[in-house]
Design a protein around this ligand. Structure first.
Ligand SMILES: [Zn+2]
Length: 335
């Protein structure tokens, strides 16, 4: 008997159809590997797959109303396992315990499903433990691996999985999808330009009506519009606040908290360059501010700053004090 599905997900229709057909034919792979950039909807699709596997509704699955759907959603369904929301969960030891629990027989007589996220962060020991299980999977068990990239995954793991590649949506599909949200035209254009075909990225902008995004942009504008001494004071105050908010983190770990700002700063420099060339900027919401900055900075300065971002990103990962890195950035804004 074939069931109908209701997965309210935009795009990725080929991958969705494939998964739904597998569910309908009860012909599930031992392991799927969903891969593609962050923010494309891989987790959301895995989640709907999980609910549809367990939901018993005769109407479209998942019904999202029954007890089973609720339990899967809350990750309290006994035959549904998940790991990797936090990269610290992915130690070889944890993976072994997790995979060991998969070999227990099904609690409810249904198939078992495990989802492991951030698989790209597995170390070699953990990946080897995983490989053993996908080579000889426990009966009636399906594992979905989710990775933003498979560049560093062992080929032995990749070759054992049914691969599903996810790609960015084209601009027209994204624009159509964004019509479902109530955004001012200029906000819609900004979200469309800055989410690069990734619905998840767009959703994170829209989750708080772009407030967080605007706060970050205002802060960056102030930083780039200030003279060197003021810029250094802004950075110092910022790190003071970051330390207070994240008392559990070491100073070197605070760098992670600043990565989003660096990404946005990179976009700022790009847009400042575009603005100077009198081309249309991506961040149309800040068109006016970007134009002001384009007057303030010379071409060589803009290019130099644009190039230095990647270097700083690399250094952030090498445990260099993030405050020193940001201060160096600010000292070199203008030559
Ligand atoms: Zn249900």
């Amino acid at each position: 008997m074939s069931v109908n599905f209701s997965w309210p997900i935009y795009g990725h229709q080929k991958q969705i159809k494939f998964l739904q057909n597998s569910l309908n034919s009860s012909n599930l792979a031992n392991a799927y590997l969903f891969y593609g950039a962050k923010g494309l909807g891989k987790k959301m699709i895995a989640h709907h797959f999980a609910m549809s596997l367990f939901c018993q509704s005769q109407e479209a699955r998942p019904c999202q109303k029954c007890q089973i759907c609720h339990h899967v959603d809350q990750e309290t369904w006994q035959d549904f396992y998940s790991l990797g929301k936090n990269p610290d969960d992915l130690s070889a030891e944890n993976i072994k315990i997790f995979l060991g629990s998969l070999s227990l027989s099904s609690a409810t007589g249904t198939p078992k499903l495990a989802i492991i996220e951030q698989v790209e962060k597995l170390n070699l020991h953990a990946a080897n433990a995983l490989l053993k299980v996908i080579e000889e999977p426990p009966k009636n068990t399906t594992i979905i691996l989710i990775a933003d990239s498979i560049d560093y995954l062992p080929a032995t793991v990749i070759s054992r999985c049914q691969l599903l590649k996810f790609q960015a949506l084209d601009k027209r599909s994204m624009a159509e999808w964004l019509d479902n949200f109530s955004l001012a035209e200029i906000e819609k254009e900004t979200v469309l330009n800055l989410s690069f075909g990734k619905p998840g990225r767009a959703l994170s902008f829209m989750a708080d009506n772009l407030n967080n995004f605007k706060e970050k942009c205002d802060w960056l504008f102030k930083l780039l519009d200030s003279e060197t001494l003021s810029a250094l004071q802004i950075i110092d105050a910022w790190f003071g606040a970051l330390k207070k908010e994240n008392t559990e983190l070491k100073v070197s770990e605070l760098g992670e908290e600043t990565v989003q700002y660096l990404d946005l700063l990179e976009l700022f420099w790009r847009d400042i360059l575009w603005s100077k060339l009198e081309r249309k900027v991506l961040n149309v919401l800040y068109q006016k501010e970007l134009k002001e900055l384009a007057i303030k900075y010379s071409y060589p300065d803009i290019l130099k700053n644009l190039l230095s971002i990647n270097k700083i990103k690399k250094q952030l990962r090498e445990n260099v004090s993030p405050q020193v890195l940001w201060e160096n950035l600010a000292l070199n804004f203008k030559s």
